[in-house]
Design a protein around this ligand. Sequence first.
Ligand code: IMP
Ligand code: MG
Length: 179
Amino acid sequence: MNPIKVHDKYFKPYLTAVEIDQEIKRIANEINAAYKGMNPLFIAILNGSFMFASDLFKELEVEAEICFIKLASYKGTKSTGQVITSIGLDENLKDRHIILVEDIVDTGKTLSQFLPQLMNQSPASLKIATLLHKPDALQYPLNIDYIGFKVPNKFLLGFGLDYDGLGRNLKEIYQLTEE
Ligand code: IMP
Ligand code: MG
């Protein structure tokens, strides 16, 4: 794997397709062992998680359902600040076992603001699966149940993650080079 240029920046190889595949299989095995007969509902957060969600879902051997949502943030009133809404969540979550699927948890802001809305619907359980996590960037308390890779606080690209719209198609994950 060679360094690549996307827009104005250079990225160097960081995780190979084989390494990514191995971790996804490991997470799938854990979920297969934990969710027998529970028909978990995977909620994948677009856009970034589409590739991880797809590969993870293919490895499942338990009955499971999946849906895809988009999170949009808009400015609420002064007192509420930023408000996160979900687009495309039609399923009834009551008494369901939910697994949220993210590409990367960075500051944790998006998820920590969104979780209360899911909890309001009284799911039987709610867990988070993320392919990548930057522990040093976490600013909002969040319990993450399934983590593929803990990574340093540097910008990553590929396997669903984009830089200004580009790079999502890459089979490997690349890291921004420092000049
Ligand atoms: P958080 O709310 O700060 O946890 O933001 C998470 C979202 O920011 C992710 O779902 C990504 O869409 C985006 N993001 C965070 N870090 C990166 C990165 O290194 N590369 C690409 N996107 C990122
Ligand atoms: Mg995302």
